[in-house]
Design a protein around this ligand. Structure first.
Ligand SMILES: CC(C)(COP(=O)(O)OP(=O)(O)OC[C@H]1O[C@@H](n2cnc3c(N)ncnc32)[C@H](O)[C@@H]1OP(=O)(O)O)[C@@H](O)C(=O)NCCC(=O)NCCS
Length: 151
């Protein structure tokens, strides 16, 4: 099992192929449409052209695609930080502790860019992801709250 840098030509379709699953798992009302996939394809192409702002790393078992992480360098009112935008393991590879390899690579990338903070959003009901981030030292700093306004 090893982590390597994203190779746009080789990996683009593999990552695009995870996007419906990834969003469906995290957004209950999400519908995966061709327009969504076109947007994601565009984001991915653009990220591939900006490797210093986008750390995309692939986890492989020999040559088998196992998962990936995508950390983007972003700036907001609090300064510049590494934003863990996507982490994904193919289903058979979950619950084995493999996400650690990807997160560590992403944290290294953030550090190499001279930054000291990584931040992310996670769906509260996605307990596999919440537990993963907590194990790696992430703490809640803000809540996004919602309620149905029509009972
Ligand atoms: C989020 C995701 C990457 C987390 O992966 P994961 O496999 O659950 O997390 P880990 O690789 O850290 O595995 C840890 C789990 O495996 C268990 N485990 C089994 N063997 C292990 C080992 N040798 N070492 C460490 N943990 C092990 C741990 O007990 C832990 O289980 P727990 O969460 O019930 O306590 C994965 O669930 C996933 O790809 N989900 C779909 C995409 C997604 O929602 N991504 C996040 C939002 S972008």
């Amino acid at each position: 099992m090893h982590v390597r840098a994203y190779r746009p030509q080789h990996d683009y379709r593999l990552i695009l192929g995870t996007q419906c699953d990834l969003y469906q798992l995290n957004f209950p009302r999400f519908v995966c449409t061709p327009a969504f996939l076109a947007d994601q394809a565009q984001r991915l192409r653009s990220a591939g052209r900006r490797p210093f702002e986008n750390g995309i790393f692939i986890l492989e078992d020999d040559t088998q695609f196992v998962g990936f992480i995508w950390v983007a360098i972003r700036m907001d009112l609090q300064g510049t930080f590494g934003s863990i935008d996507q982490v994904y393991l193919c289903e058979p590879y979950r619950h084995q502790g493999l996400a650690k390899l990807l997160l560590e690579k992403a944290h290294d990338f953030v550090e190499q860019q001279g930054l000291s903070v990584a931040r992310l959003y996670v769906t509260a009901s996605n307990l596999n992801a919440v537990r993963l981030y907590e194990r790696h030292g992430y703490q809640v700093t803000r809540y996004e709250m919602e309620k149905p306004v029509r009972p």
